[in-house]
Every structure is written in structure tokens, then in C-alpha cells.
Design a protein around this ligand. Structure first.
Ligand code: TXA
Ligand code: MG
Length: 316
């Protein structure tokens, strides 16, 4: 495995049908030529990802949207113009050139243009759209540094090191169907941000139910139990074996490790630091992770979605 910053070499690997982990603004992706089914199959193998969980296709120019989808809806183009490059994935009816393995047999494909200069240059130099899930083992915490990728996927051919990612949690995923737009996964681009340009499906949003294969309730699982602050009462002994991911609380005495996620009460900062903090707790000798919950609106929805999934496995 090579960890380096040479985009030409990495692009060559993609063209040869090999895998490259690369930085995006959200988390690191594990990329392959999206139009090469054999290359894409290697992603599922290396990640140990079930084949029913479709991949996001990353593009570097809005023109590629035309090639990959059969949707010409002007509202989609408006959102693309306003939010790309950026952490927004749009699920649309796919064109014939998108291999079934990318979409797990669905007739839709998730597409986004990442806001990271290394990712964009990689896609341009490779000369093809790049299919990429987050570069972690299936169901585990997403990587926000090249070192996180190395830890989970030591057999990846090439890791493009672009330092720490800027957003820290995965893109907002939306879809357009007969009812209008719907959110499938929350991210730092909020429903309110999107609604200032296009109307959204009224009321219900679907991110709580499994509407897509792969949107499983347990995900992002750390290798030790994660609880919400307030849900558990740790005695002194337990506290001394626990790590706290803190936000507003001042009750931080007695924990083995305390990682403040934001010193200024800023939810964007919470999101940026969350996965790196969980990776740190995984590597430490704490027995439990305790995370401070946040209010569920705006970016708080995305944060609580990730935390609930991380905590799920350990709930009674
Ligand atoms: O920020 C991100 O989105 C990162 C970076 C690398 O771009 N990628 C990412 O990919 O989070 P992944 O594979 O870890 O999560 C993608 C999610 C999956 O839950 C998958 O089920 C859903 O997107 N998805 C992909 N294509 C879909 C489709 N056609 N319909 C519904 N859901 C889809
Ligand atoms: Mg993922």
C-alpha cells in the first residue's frame, strides 16, 4: 500500500481498474472507475460491504450529470448549481452506462461533486466518474484522515493523503420522486438550506426508515459501547474507564479522557471533529464512550443520526 500525494499516479491506478482512497470534504472515499464493473466489485470486496448497498458516483463537472442520469429536471440543475461542488448527493434515475453493481440493481444512482481540490483533480485526471463509499470497513466509523483509512483498509492500493477532511460527516442525500424532493440522509446541508431553492416533500422525511438498502440502523459502530450522556449513570469507577465526547457540559471530572467537540458551541465543529474523536477513543484504552447529545434541528439532525447509529448496537 502507498500513502502519498501524487494525483497522477492515483489517477493512473483508477484508469487501470485499481482502488484509490481519496479525500473529499466530508470523509475519505474508497474509489474505483464507476464505469468498470470489475473495479467496482473490488470496493465491495475490500470493504466487506453487502452487494445490496449502492455506491455514490463522484463527478467533477455538471456535464457528467447528463451522461449518468436520464433526469433533466430543472430543479435538479438549480440545486447542482447552488450546492456543487459540495456535500450534497442527489439520487436520480440512472442512464444505461451506469453498471448495475454501482446501484445494487436499483434504477437510480446517487451523484455528487465533492468540494475538495484533490478529489476533483483525481476525477478529471482519471477521465471517468469515480464510485466511492466511505473508506471504512462496512458498518464501521468513517475515516476523516488518511491514517484512519490505513487502520481499517490496510490492503488498499493507494491512499491519496489530503490531510483532515473539512466537513467531517457524510453528505446530505436527497432524492426526487413523484412527491417532490425528500431527504434520505441528513448532513451539514440542511433541509432549510435546500428549501430556499426548491420545495421539499411536506411533513415526513424518510431518513428514519430504511428506504434504501444500506440505510441500516446500526452503522458507524465503534469497537466499544457508545452511550448518550444523560442515558447512563456511571459510578466513579466506571467514569474513570470512560471517554467523554463533550459539547456544552461542564461536568467533565473523573473521566479517563475528555475530547471537547467544539469549544464555541458550534455544531459544524462538532460534526468536523466527531468521527476523529471516535477513532481516538477506539485507539485508547477506555472501556466506554459517552457522547453528549445535541438538539435535533439543522446540522443537529445529522449529528444525532450518526450518534444513534453508533450507539444502536449497544442498546438493550
Ligand atoms: O459524503 C459522502 O457521501 C461520502 C463521500 C466519500 O462522498 N460517501 C458516502 O458513501 O458516505 P457511503 O457508501 O458510505 O454511503 C452512501 C449511502 C449508502 O447508505 C447508500 O445506501 C446510499 O448512499 N445510496 C447510494 N446510492 C443510492 C440510491 N441509488 N438510492 C438510495 N440510496 C443510495
Ligand atoms: Mg459509509
Amino acid at each position: 500500500m502507498i500513502v502519498n500525494q501524487d494525483i497522477d499516479i492515483a489517477a493512473g491506478y483508477i484508469r487501470e481498474g485499481r482502488l484509490v482512497a481519496f479525500p473529499t470534504e466530508t470523509v475519505y472515499g474508497l474509489g474505483a472507475n464507476a464505469l468498470n464493473p470489475l473495479a467496482v466489485a473490488k470496493i465491495f470486496e475490500l470493504k466487506e460491504r453487502p452487494s445490496f448497498d449502492p455506491l455514490i458516483v463522484h463527478i467533477a463537472s455538471v456535464d457528467d450529470l447528463d451522461k449518468l442520469t436520464v433526469n433533466k429536471d430543472s430543479r435538479v440543475l438549480l440545486l447542482a448549481e447552488k450546492f456543487w461542488p459540495g456535500p450534497l448527493t442527489i439520487v436520480l434515475p440512472k442512464s444505461d452506462i451506469v453498471p448495475d453493481i454501482v446501484t445494487s440493481g436499483l434504477d437510480t444512482v446517487g451523484i455528487r461533486m465533492p468540494n475538495n481540490p484533490i478529489a476533483l483533480e483525481l476525477i478529471r485526471k482519471a477521465g471517468c466518474p469515480i464510485a466511492a463509499p466511505s473508506a471504512n470497513k462496512f458498518g464501521r466509523v468513517s475515516p476523516t484522515t488518511a491514517q484512519h483509512v490505513k487502520k481499517q483498509l490496510p490492503n488498499v492500493d493507494y491512499i491519496l493523503d489530503g490531510g483532515k477532511t473539512q466537513v467531517g460527516i457524510e453528505s446530505t442525500i436527497i432524492t426526487l420522486n413523484e412527491n417532490g424532493f425528500e431527504i434520505l440522509r441528513h448532513g451539514v446541508i440542511t433541509r432549510e438550506d435546500l428549501e430556499s431553492f426548491v420545495p421539499f416533500h411536506s411533513g415526513r422525511d424518510t431518513s428514519d426508515s430504511i428506504v434504501a438498502p444500506g440505510m441500516l440502523k446500526s452503522h458507524y459502530s465503534p469497537n466499544k459501547p457508545l452511550y448518550f450522556l444523560g442515558d447512563v449513570h456511571l459510578n466513579d469507577m466506571q467514569r474513570s474507564n470512560a471517554g467523554l465526547l463533550s459539547f456544552n457540559t461542564t461536568d467533565t471530572e473523573g473521566y479517563k479522557i475528555v475530547i471537547p467537540l467544539s469549544n464555541s458551541g458550534n455544531l459544524r465543529e462538532y460534526a468536523v471533529n466527531l468521527f476523529a474523536a471516535i477513532h481516538k477513543m477506539e485507539e485508547s484504552d477506555v472501556e466506554y464512550i459517552v457522547a453528549e447529545p445535541v438538539e435535533e434541528h439543522g446540522i443537529g439532525l445529522a449529528i444525532m443520526d450518526r450518534l444513534r447509529k453508533a450507539a444502536f448496537r449497544y442498546r438493550g
